[in-house]
Structure formats: structure tokens, C-alpha cells
Design a protein around this ligand. Structure first.
Ligand SMILES: [Zn+2]
Length: 258
């Protein structure tokens, strides 16, 4: 079987810093496609089974929000709502073992959070709109208020996403970020196309610095440094795939306390 020949690293992006005996943190590659809208639920279930088999671990439950809406709502999953589907939300946190938190992205950032002291995890969908609304910090705040986590003990990992090499934006995005941060630290003018000024922006660095401002330690905020547009043969990329084929799939980001 072809699958048997592939190593885990061919199929998944795995951060050594986030994976240990208590945590499984996986970012899937092509051809797995976790789109809720365009992929049959049975096919997605089969991906989950394949992943469980690959890592020798069976999830008690995979929790995904009904819809990711580029907002900043973060939902805590506990014993009471475990079996109720979370409504639209872009962030999930839990302290339950065996419960995988799933976020789906293609160019947007998914950010894993893990507190090894309180044994709490989080997973956040942060495109530029979510970044502008500070969703990663909202998730950290919920981990603090709900579970007593301390920011200096929380680790964060930003999975492969569009990076500044490929994230071209216009004045609307730049002026949005100018309201919340020193935007020129993260943004460069690149040129004018069709009469419109273009910029390249580093939203991964914006999230990293927001997490540092929330009290996370520099050594605990890690970036994959992988651009999904540049590496679109390996990862689903909204920008690259739509341009090439008119459609796109989604990478699955799953984190689970074992
Ligand atoms: Zn790139």
C-alpha cells in the first residue's frame, strides 16, 4: 500500500516542540483535505482514522466548530458541551484528555497553544481578520480565566501559513493594523499594480508579538517559518490553488491531550 511507504513527515507537519508524551499536535498535508464544505464527512472521518492509526492513538472525540468565521470567539470545551457542536467559532480550548481540537486552514494561521503545567490546550484560526481582532490573545486569556493558566508557562506554535513573502495586501489591511500596532514594523511597500499601492505584511510576526505582549516568553512562541503559498505542492494554499485550479482544500490542524 502506498500509504505504508510514506513516513509521518511526508504526510504531516510535526513540531518537535509541541509533541510529547502528553500532547499530539499535527498539521496535515495534501492530499488530506479537511474542508467541511466540500469534503464528504465520511472521507474526513477516514482521514481521522488514518491519522489515529499513524500515531497509534485513538481520540475520544474530535471537536470542530460548525463554521470558522474570521472572528475572535473562543469556546472552552468541557464535560457539559462536549457532545454539543460548538457554533461558529475560531478558537477552541480544553483540559479534557482524548479530545482533539480541530482547526482548518489554507494560508490562514492555525496556532497551537499548550500549558504543560495545567495541562490545557488551545487551537486558533487566525487569518488577517482574526489577527486584527487578537484571537490568539483571546484564547490565552480564556486559558487564564477558565483554567488558571499562567502566560509564562504557555507554549505557542504557529503552523505553516502564508508568510510575508507572499502576503500581498492593500491600504485597507494596512490601515486596519495601523490602528492596533506599529504597522511599519511588519509591513513593506512593494510597488503599484493597476494604480493600487501594494504591501507585503508579516502577520505571523504580529501574532508572535501579540502573544509576547500577553506574557508568553520568547522561547515559548515558535513559528514554523513555512509559507503555504511557496510550498503549495505540499500544503493546501487558498491563494496558490485557486489561481491554479479555481478551487482549494484545507489543511487540518489537530491538537489533543493524551
Ligand atoms: Zn511565500
Amino acid at each position: 500500500m502506498e500509504t505504508g511507504k510514506q513516513t509521518l513527515f511526508n504526510k504531516y507537519h510535526l513540531s518537535p516542540e509541541m509533541n510529547n508524551e502528553r500532547v499530539l499536535a499535527v498539521f496535515t498535508k495534501k492530499p488530506m483535505n479537511f474542508s467541511v464544505k466540500s469534503v464528504d464527512p465520511k472521507v474526513r472521518d477516514a482521514y481521522i482514522s488514518e491519522l489515529e492509526e499513524d500515531f497509534g492513538y485513538r481520540f475520544r472525540k474530535v471537536v470542530r466548530s460548525a463554521e470558522q468565521v474570521h472572528g475572535c470567539k473562543v469556546v472552552a470545551i468541557d464535560g457539559d458541551n462536549l457532545n454539543a457542536k460548538p457554533g461558529p467559532a475560531d478558537g477552541l480550548v480544553t483540559d479534557l484528555t482524548g479530545v482533539a481540537l480541530e482547526i482548518r486552514t489554507a494560508d490562514c494561521q492555525s496556532i497551537f497553544l499548550y500549558d504543560p503545567v495545567r495541562q490545557v490546550i488551545g487551537n486558533v484560526h487566525s487569518g488577517w481578520r482574526g489577527t486584527l481582532q487578537g484571537i490568539a490573545v483571546r484564547a490565552v486569556e480564556l486559558m487564564q480565566s477558565r483554567y488558571g493558566c499562567r502566560p509564562e508557562e504557555i507554549r505557542a506554535y504557529i503552523n505553516p501559513s502564508i508568510l510575508s513573502c507572499c502576503f500581498e495586501v492593500e491600504d485597507d489591511v494596512v490601515s486596519g493594523f495601523a490602528e492596533i500596532t506599529d504597522v511599519w514594523k511588519y509591513c513593506q511597500k512593494t510597488g503599484v499594480k493597476n494604480g493600487r499601492q501594494k504591501y507585503h505584511m508579516d502577520t505571523a510576526a504580529i501574532n508572535r508579538d501579540a502573544l509576547l505582549s500577553a506574557g508568553l516568553l520568547p522561547a515559548n512562541v515558535l513559528l514554523s517559518g513555512i509559507c503555504t503559498v511557496c510550498r503549495h505542492e505540499e500544503f493546501h494554499s487558498y491563494r496558490a490553488d485557486v489561481k491554479a485550479t479555481g478551487k482549494y482544500g484545507l489543511n487540518g490542524a489537530l491538537i489533543c491531550l493524551k
